[in-house]
Design a protein around this ligand. Structure first.
Ligand code: PAF
Length: 284
C-alpha cells in the first residue's frame, strides 16, 4: 500500500494506474461504516484510493476540529488489510495552499436547511474538499455513506453542477449491534451518553412503526411522538427532526410517498445524526 502525502505525489501515483479507480473520501478514525465503503470500492474497481484528511473548512469555530479523533497508524493497518492500493493523506497546506481560492458551493435550500441551518460553513467545506479530491484523484467512482444523507445529496448535486466525470455510489448506514449508527464521533461518548444515544435509533424505529404498521401519515403527530420519546432522556437535546422528500429534502407535512426521516441530536457535547426511510405499507 502506497501512502502519499502530497498532491504532486498523488498526481504521479494516479498516472501510473490503469483501469477503474474507486475513491473513498474519509476524515480517518475509521470504523466499519468506512470499511463497508472500502469493500464496495474494492469489489467494483481495479484500484482503490482512500483519502484521510480532517478537513478544517467544514468545521465551525465552536466545533471539534482540534479534538476530532485521529489515529493514522490504526487507519493504515485497517486499510492495508482491506487491500487498498493508495492512501492519500495530505497536510492542510497541500489541500489549501497559500492563496487557495477555489471554493465550490452548492446554493439553495438543499444546503441551507437541516445540517446547513445548524452548521452554516459545513457544506461549503465539504463540497470544496470533495471537488478538490475528485480533481486530484480522478476516480471513476466515489463512495459515500447514507448516514450523512444530506451530504450525499449535496455531493451528488455538486458533481452534477461542476460536470465532474464520476459516479457517486451510496452505501447503507452500518450500525452497532444495539442499533446506534457508526460514527467516528461515537468515540466522544461516555458510558452514560453511549446508552442515552440509543434514543436516536429507537425514535427512528418508533416512527417507522407508526408509519409502516400504524399507517400514520401526519408528520406533526409523528414528530410529537418522537419528541416525547427523546425528551425522556435528560442527556439528549434535539437539534431537528425532519420528514422530507427523499431527493430534495424539502420538508413534508403529510406522508404520501416514501419519505426520509432525518434526526440530529446532541448527547452531552456530542452531536449525532441519523436517518431512515419511511415507506407506507402497501400491503392489502
Ligand atoms: O463524511 C466525511 O467524512 C467528510 O465530510 C468527507 C466527505 C470525507 C469530506 O471531508
Amino acid at each position: 500500500m502506497n501512502v502519499v502525502e502530497t498532491v504532486a505525489g498523488m498526481d504521479s501515483a494516479r498516472a501510473a494506474l490503469s483501469g477503474a479507480v474507486g475513491l473513498v473520501p474519509t476524515m480517518g478514525a475509521l470504523h466499519d461504516g468506512h470499511l463497508s465503503l472500502v469493500r464496495k470500492a474494492r469489489a467494483d474497481s481495479d484500484h482503490v484510493v482512500v483519502s484521510v484528511f480532517v478537513n478544517p473548512t467544514q468545521f465551525g469555530p465552536q466545533e471539534d476540529l482540534q479534538t476530532y479523533p485521529r489515529d493514522m497508524h490504526r487507519d493504515l493497518r485497517l486499510l492495508e488489510a482491506e487491500g487498498v492500493d493508495i492512501v492519500f493523506a495530505p497536510s492542510t497546506g497541500e489541500m489549501y495552499p497559500p492563496g487557495f481560492d477555489e471554493w465550490v458551493e452548492v446554493r439553495g435550500p438543499l444546503t441551507a436547511t437541516l445540517e446547513g441551518a445548524f452548521r452554516p460553513q459545513f457544506f461549503r467545506g465539504v463540497t470544496t474538499v470533495v471537488a478538490r479530491l475528485l480533481r486530484i484523484v480522478q476516480p471513476h467512482r466515489a463512495y459515500f455513506g447514507e448516514k450523512d444523507a444530506q451530504q450525499l445529496r449535496v455531493v451528488r448535486r455538486m458533481v452534477r453542477e461542476q460536470g465532474l466525470p464520476v459516479e457517486i455510489v451510496a452505501m447503507p448506514t452500518v450500525r452497532e449491534p444495539d442499533g446506534l449508527a457508526m460514527s467516528s464521533r461515537n468515540a466522544y461518548l461516555s458510558r452514560e451518553e453511549r446508552r442515552a444515544a440509543l434514543v436516536a435509533p429507537r425514535a427512528l424505529e418508533l416512527a417507522k412503526d407508526m408509519v409502516e404498521r400504524g399507517g400514520e401519515k401526519d408528520v406533526a403527530r409523528l414528530k410529537q411522538a418522537m419528541e416525547r420519546h427523546i425528551r425522556r432522556e435528560p442527556l439528549v437535546r434535539i437539534d431537528y427532526i425532519a420528514v422530507t422528500d427523499c431527493e430534495t429534502l424539502e420538508e413534508l407535512a403529510v406522508i404520501e410517498r416514501p419519505a426520509l426521516l432525518l434526526l440530529a441530536l446532541r448527547v452531552g457535547a456530542t452531536r449525532l445524526i441519523d436517518n431512515g426511510l419511511l415507506a407506507l405499507d402497501r400491503s392489502p
